[in-house]
Design a protein around this ligand. Structure first.
Ligand code: NAP
Length: 329
């Protein structure tokens, strides 16, 4: 399989290289691409050195799977061109997610959506959305989710290498000139991820309303998110209040999660997942499972996952694995 990665030098791109190796993805040929800034520099993978290139006409000819993680503008420009040249594109940016002709896929939730590949592009959802739908779907199948109110605690690596660097510099008492955040992030919590719209919702919150609806196929699912950036290096945490169509006991919920694909339940008395526990792991961790004391048929969950892995690279490679199976089948 000829695999190309656009954005290979970034936080997600480097994690993709790790995940491809760990999962023994059948890579025969590898093309690593980034911006002019990195062109000519070298990255090693599986004992071989690769020179970073930049995308040009013809770059994707002969490529089977192109994994994109270089931002929306590059995806808008290059995904259709790569598809035209014959590559199947799995795109991590938000550029194509809400296009009705592009499937938005989390393999544990809606693998069947992969059959609609008319544009040759498959979108990987937003990082927080992925962990939310992996946790919601098994509960939805059992009892019907009718409403979700959630708050995220999102790590700085969700904003790429610049986010990590800003936390490093500020934690060392320096100012972070190139920070992607609108406030200091060290020893702080910033309830803004992306610009606010006229109604006061941030771009990230809008994604977390729209994307789960598309992935879960519930066009009117009521979701009220508040997205917060916190000074954690890796892994996003989400506190979710989930209203159900029918009541489930705590034990039933734990049993459902223990069977759910890609989910690990952290059990009482002191079992709850933290961002450090989830970092470097591919599963979605669920803990603090409680029934609301006042609102019927309502649960509270604490859901944690590595945003660079399940929230981006692992999910993209899982999609690529499904495509390989489909191609060879
Ligand atoms: N971080 C996450 O948790 C996460 C989760 C889900 C989705 N995503 C999405 O994944 C994408 C990448 O995120 P990231 O966190 O990896 O960002 P990042 O660390 O800033 O990396 C960005 C990558 O894009 C490349 N790039 C930038 N401008 C380019 C250009 N003009 N042409 C070609 N390549 C270019 C960069 O290359 P240089 O090194 O040469 O600048 C780098 O390899 C974004 O769309 C983001 O929204 C991120």
């Amino acid at each position: 399989m000829h695999v190309a990665i656009l954005g290979a030098t970034g936080a997600v791109g480097r994690t993709m290289l790790d995940v491809l190796a760990e999962r023994e993805f059948p890579v025969d040929e590898l093309t690593l691409l980034a911006s002019e800034r990195s062109a000519g520099s070298r990255l090693s993978w599986q004992g071989r050195e690769y020179t970073i290139g930049t995308p040009r006409d013809g770059t994707f000819r002969g490529v089977d799977v192109a994994l994109f993680s270089a931002g929306g503008a590059r995806s808008r420009e290059w995904a259709p061109r790569a598809a035209e040249e014959g590559a199947l594109v799995v795109d991590n940016s938000s550029a194509w997610r809400m296009d009705p002709e592009v499937p938005l896929v989390v393999p544990e939730v809606n693998p069947e959506a992969l059959s609609n590949r008319s544009k040759g592009i498959i979108a990987n959802p937003n990082c927080s959305t992925i962990q939310v739908v992996v946790a919601l779907q098994p509960i939805h199948r059992a009892a019907g989710v009718t409403r979700v109110v959630l708050t995220t605690f999102q790590s700085v690596s969700g904003a790429g290498e610049k986010g990590r660097e800003a936390l490093r510099q500020e934690s060392a008492g320096q100012s972070a000139a190139d920070s992607p955040f609108t406030r200091s992030i060290a020893a702080n919590a910033v309830p803004q991820i992306g610009p606010f719209d006229a109604d006061g919702w941030s771009e990230e919150e809008r994604k977390m309303i729209n994307e789960p609806r598309k992935i879960m196929g519930i066009s009117d699912l009521r979701i009220a998110p508040t997205c917060v950036r916190v000074p954690v290096e890796v892994s996003h945490s989400v506190e979710m209040m989930v209203e159900l169509g029918r009541d489930l006991s705590r034990e039933e919920v734990m049993a459902i999660f223990s069977e759910a694909p890609g989910v690990v339940v952290a059990e009482a008395p002191d079992g709850f997942p933290t961002p450090r526990d989830a970092a470097g792991r591919d599963e979605v961790f669920v803990g603090r499972i409680r029934k609301d004391l006042h609102i019927p048929r309502t649960l509270h969950l604490w859901v944690v996952a590595d945003n660079l892995r399940k929230g981006a690279a692992t999910n993209a490679v899982q999609i690529a694995e499904e495509l390989v199976v489909a191609r060879s089948g």
